[in-house]
Design a protein around this ligand. Structure first.
Ligand code: URA
Length: 203
C-alpha cells in the first residue's frame, strides 16, 4: 500500500470536524498521483458525497468538458478538494451546499497538506476562491487574480481559476459565464506543469 493509500484509508474514518456527522463518504481524491498537475476544488456536493468521488455532479461534468477541450481526461491529472466531506446547511430539512467554514478548512489541511506533499505536483490549479485562499493567499481575489502564477508552498507554482459551479450560475444565452477562462486556465496550468517537469528531467 502506498503512503497515499494509507492517508486515504485514515481519512475515511476521520472525525476531526463536525462534517463527519452527516457525510456518506469521505471524498479523498482520485486520478494519477504521478501527474505534474493537481486540481484542488472546494468540497464535495451531494453526488460526490454519495459516490465518494470528486467532481461527478453538474460542475464535474463541466470540468470534464473543459479538460476534454484541452485534450485531457481525468486520468492525466489528480483531482481533490479543500475539504473531504460535504459541507451543507441542514436547517431547512433539505440540505443546501455551503462553503466550508475557515475552521473546517483549517482542520482538513491535516489531510490536504500530506496528500499534496505525497504527490509533489509541479503545478496546483486551485478551482474557485476558497481553494485559492487556502493554498495561495488568504486575500485572493478570484476575478482579478485568476490565471496568474503565484508562489506556492506545495508546488513549484499555483494558478487559480473560476469554479464550474460559479460558471453554471453565470451562464446565459449571451455569455459563456467564464467557461472559456476555465479552458484557458487549465491549458496554462497543464502546459506549465509539463514544461517544469521536462526542464527538471533534462537537468
Ligand atoms: N465542487 C467541488 O469543489 N468539488 C467537488 O468535488 C464537486 C463540486
Amino acid at each position: 500500500m502506498t503512503t497515499l493509500d494509507q492517508l486515504k484509508q485514515a481519512a475515511s474514518i476521520c472525525t476531526k470536524c463536525g462534517l463527519h456527522e452527516r457525510r456518506t463518504n469521505v471524498v479523498f481524491g482520485e486520478g494519477d498521483p504521478n501527474s505534474p498537475l493537481v486540481l484542488v476544488g472546494e468540497g464535495p456536493g451531494d453526488q460526490e458525497d454519495k459516490t465518494g468521488r470528486p467532481f461527478v455532479g453538474r460542475s464535474g461534468q463541466l470540468l470534464d468538458r473543459a479538460l476534454a477541450d484541452n485534450g485531457l481526461s481525468r486520468s492525466d491529472i489528480y483531482i481533490c478538494n479543500t475539504v473531504k466531506c460535504r459541507a451543507a446547511d441542514w436547517s431547512t430539512g433539505k440540505p443546501q451546499n455551503r462553503p466550508p467554514t475557515p475552521q473546517e478548512t483549517a482542520t482538513c489541511r491535516d489531510w490536504l497538506i500530506p496528500q499534496l506533499a505525497e504527490i509533489k505536483p509541479w503545478v496546483i490549479l486551485a478551482i474557485g476562491a476558497p481553494s485559492a485562499k487556502n493554498l495561495i493567499k488568504k486575500d485572493f481575489k478570484i476575478t482579478k487574480e485568476r490565471g496568474l502564477y503565484f508562489p506556492c508552498e506545495f508546488a513549484k507554482t499555483a494558478i487559480a481559476t473560476l469554479h464550474p459551479s460559479y460558471i453554471l450560475r453565470q451562464q446565459n444565452i449571451s455569455g459563456d459565464g467564464g467557461y472559456s477562462l476555465l479552458v484557458t486556465d487549465i491549458k496554462r496550468a497543464w502546459e506549465t506543469a509539463l514544461e517544469l517537469r521536462k526542464k527538471h528531467e533534462s537537468l
